[in-house]
Design a protein around this ligand. Structure first.
Ligand SMILES: Nc1ncnc2c1ncn2[C@@H]1O[C@H](COP(=O)(O)OP(=O)(O)O)[C@@H](O)[C@H]1O
Ligand SMILES: [Mg+2]
Length: 211
């Protein structure tokens, strides 16, 4: 299974989602590899290096840029799950990965400027579907405020309902320090002590595997 974590915008949480889902899949006994496709920002390979140096069970990570299609199809034969951490812009990496992926995971922060970028991404996804008609697209609301009075989720869901090509995951990832620490410590939140973050990643992984 090839899962592409992508968005044409940086800082939305692609690498955070990629490494955290990778750890949870690995904990479930899946043979996982992360393909870091970002030529300039090396979040996931740095994370994997920190992880190995700290003595935690390694998660395989390879760097590949340019046209990803052949590499992904090849890795798909060797691993249970290939997770692609895409660059934060519209790129040949993102577009070529879309032609090979089973699913694209799109982290979206529930703020208007982020939501406004959705239409462009959906157009790109629809173009990829000409080559890859079975591509599934799952939006994951990320950095959701933990403030119970916030309307942001309802507003984001209402906005995203205009794009039927993009399913919105039931599981939302909230703004939590654990996600920041996971990137800097080479860990997945499922290995850390914030039970709420752990539950979010476990539920999201379950949603991905059962779609
Ligand atoms: N749910 C979250 N809660 C708190 N911080 C988050 C969350 N998701 C992402 N971040 C932080 O936002 C920043 C950008 O995340 P990152 O995964 O590197 O984005 P991208 O890969 O899309 O550029 C990082 O500092 C990360 O720790
Ligand atoms: Mg990144």
């Amino acid at each position: 299974m090839i899962i592409l974590v992508a968005h044409q915008k940086g800082g939305v949480g692609k690498s955070t989602v990629a490494v955290n889902v990778a750890v949870e899949l690995s904990a479930r006994g899946k043979d996982v590899i992360i393909v870091e496709a970002d030529p300039t920002v090396h979040t996931s390979s740095n994370w994997a290096k920190d992880r190995e140096e700290a003595g935690h069970s390694p998660i395989q990570t390879v760097q590949k840029t340019g046209n990803l299609r052949a590499t992904l199809l090849d890795l798909d034969n060797k691993y249970d799950v290939v997770l692609v951490d895409a660059p934060g812009k519209d790129s040949s990496e993102m577009r070529t990965a879309m032609t090979a992926a089973d699913m694209i995971l799109v982290p979206i922060q529930p703020t208007q400027p982020d939501l406004d970028t959705t239409q462009g991404l959906v157009i790109t996804i629809n173009q990829a579907k000409d080559f890859n008609p079975d591509l599934k697209a799952l939006a994951v609301l990320n950095r959701v405020p933990t403030n119970v009075f916030s309307d942001s989720v309802r507003e984001a869901r209402s906005y995203l309902s205009e794009f039927p090509e993009l399913r919105v995951a039931q599981t939302r990832l909230h703004e939590r320090k654990a996600y920041q620490n996971s990137l800097s410590e080479g860990l997945g939140v499922v290995e850390m002590k914030d039970g709420k973050a752990r539950a979010e990643i476990q539920l999201l992984t379950e949603e991905v595997l059962t779609w």
